[in-house]
Ligand binder design. Structure first.
Ligand SMILES: [Zn+2]
Length: 242
């Protein structure tokens, strides 16, 4: 394990440039997975922006199309820059072991989206295994640290394959509904009463006051136009909320 850590560190040092000055991309290793893979955040947009956005492309390793949305968003922000006043953090995958293995859960077979401390439910197992205790997993803790440090105003988490924007049934719903309009991915007409125990979005809302919701892209490979529309919708939503 130690050896693997060293390799991962060496790789990270090789591919990650030092943090750069304002206006450019700042990449940071915010934590490591169970198997020592780096969890990397990119900070782009207005470096002085006081409206702060987080976009996570994937937390279930077998739901990967959101990673394309993140790639597109990064490209857009690198090319055209972003709107004034908005800082954008992106994490392609919060579950790099699951992404590498093509599995929903992390390397210890824990569902990271049930491992967060808010309304954690220790009785969950199988595909929804919530872990031995709240925030038991290093991937969970990496996202928690980032969230606490930055204090996001908006967080959008991509999943698959339901093909719906999930609108929380509280004050956040209006923004999820607006996202649904901007992205073209409807909510199905109502808000989502399923308060998933230990989920990332419910913890972020409760712990840091972030407006946080899930976007469930459809199954399988998504058309490029859909990916592009979501990348644009995140920024358009941030501009409306700001
Ligand atoms: Zn999912």
């Amino acid at each position: 394990m130690k050896h693997r850590h060293l390799i991962a560190l060496a790789l990270a040092a090789a591919i990650l440039p030092a943090p750069v000055a304002s206006g450019a991309t700042e990449r940071k290793v915010i934590g490591r997975s169970v198997d020592g893979r780096p969890i990397v955040s990119w900070r782009q947009g207005d470096p002085k922006g006081d409206f702060r956005v987080l976009v996570v492309g994937s937390v279930h390793g077998d739901e990967r199309q959101g990673m394309r949305v993140v790639a597109r968003l990064r490209q857009n922000l690198a090319g055209r820059g972003g709107p004034k006043g908005i800082g954008v953090w992106t994490v392609k995958t919060a579950n790099p072991d699951g992404t590498a293995l093509g599995t929903r859960r992390n390397a210890r077979r824990i569902d990271l989206n049930r491992n967060f401390p808010f309304r954690w439910d220790g009785s969950l197992n199988g595909g929804y295994n919530s872990g031995p205790r709240p925030a038991s997993e290093p991937e969970t803790r990496a996202i928690m640290r980032l969230s606490r440090r930055v204090g996001f105003d908006l967080a959008v988490w991509f999943h698959q394959p339901w093909g719906r924007t999930l609108a929380p049934c509280d004050g956040q719903r209006r923004w999820a509904f607006l996202y649904a309009r901007l992205s073209g991915l409807g909510t199905g007409g109502s808000c989502d009463h399923g308060r998933y125990p230990g989920s990332a979005v419910s913890w972020q809302h409760q712990a840091t006051g972030t407006t946080a919701f899930v976007v469930e892209l459809g199954p399988g490979l998504q058309p490029r136009a859909v990916i592009n529309r979501h990348a644009r919708a995140v920024i358009r939503l941030a501009k409306r909320m700001k």
